[in-house]
Design a protein around this ligand. Sequence first.
Ligand code: CS2
Length: 479
Amino acid sequence: MTGNLPRLARRAAAPRPGIVHLGLGAFFRAHGALVIEDAMRPAGGDWGIIGVSLRSAGVRDNLEGQGNVYTAVEMSPEGQQPRIVEALSDVIFAPQNPDALLDLMADPAIRIVSLTVTEKGYCHIPSLGTLDVSHPEIQKDIGAAHPATAIGYIVRALERRRSAGVRPFTVLSCDNLPDNGRVARNVVVGLARCIDADLADWIERDCRFPSTMVDRIVPATTPDAIERLATRVGYRDLAPVFHEPFCQWVIEDRFVDDARPGFESVAGVQMVDDVAPFELMKIRMLNGTHSALAYLGYLAGLETISDTVRDPVFRGFVQRVWRDEIIPNVTPPEGVDSVAYAEDLLERYANPAIQHKTWQIAMDGSQKLPQRILGTILDAVKAGRRCDGLILAVAGWMRYVGGTDEQGSPIDVKDPLAARLRALSDAASSPREKVVALLNVTEVFTPELAELIKDDLCRAYEMLNRVGARECVRMRSQE
Ligand code: CS2
């Protein structure tokens, strides 16, 4: 029984805040928060983090009862390494008091606002990278002083800073979007322009939006994992995070007034002039195959990514897709060997201590597919190169969003476009009609790409329906 164990508690005073982080999910608490804490050790600085949850009070409630500290557990095949993280100065649930949060964000002590709000949190048009002005929450944020979205909070806080004569903060995007700084800038300036053109000009001129590439595999924390940790460490932590050993953060060194933690002292962090080649390689090679394995693996009844690469058929498939379909369409950053990068990815995927659910990665496919898979396919088709494995992955996504698995059981599809995708799928009277209807969803597919892949995709989809995901994967893993 772990019920009687003492609760985890803070050991030292909370650091003075310099960062507000929007989107306090497991990923940031297992990645950015650890790096920032490490950077504060040798280099000092008041870079404590005020963590903000925008949608649910759960993390705040759990952390509040333990002084806003938590355990980050490194999970490797050799064992587990717990570490107590004390980098959070405070944790806030935004809807409870939006005004107080905006005041905090307008405080001159806050010099960075970082974000992990997932792809859909940018309220952008994924295929274009610009603000979706018709987005219902953005429409609300244009009219109301109390925002609903992360973008709304940033714009309204910058508005307060400007009227108080305070310099803007740096907006640090840590989401898996290519050129995430540019996307953040587009949506922030885009929303500001709908509110006040002078504010938009000021942001464009004085604010900074460095792009970053973030990488660490962090599955969602499960109740079972919480119980096992308590038994192991002898205290109760209601908000631990579990992550793989690997950690990488590549950051463009463009901060307002150069105000930032001493990142360069931390292993795994690179400060660079241009993140683009790192980001492209990571999104296409890691996230692209993650999504491919997620849809096809889920359909084949495989629960986690490590289950997929333990299956020789899927393992052969992902290796072949890297070799023939992704690596030829990626120019790696100078000095990086993409073949070795792929080998390392396979080892990371195989880590049996990381239970990363295919269902979790399959979430929000409409927001992920363009940058993870479709860009690679477009480059491959234009160059006359092979991409039948990635086309099969897109067919897998189409099958998945139809909402029924290969055994006829319902799939719990989580996606902002889920209802529309399902309706299109249900209304189609043949597999070909269904593929064509989904290809017409322009948030995901550009008309150019849709035309180029239609026939191959229809064939892949029909085959998937006929012989099932595992057999298709077997066929497409061949030379
Ligand atoms: C995953 C990512 O859930 C997903 O979509 O592909 O969270 C992935 O684990 C990280 O980007 C790894 O850095």
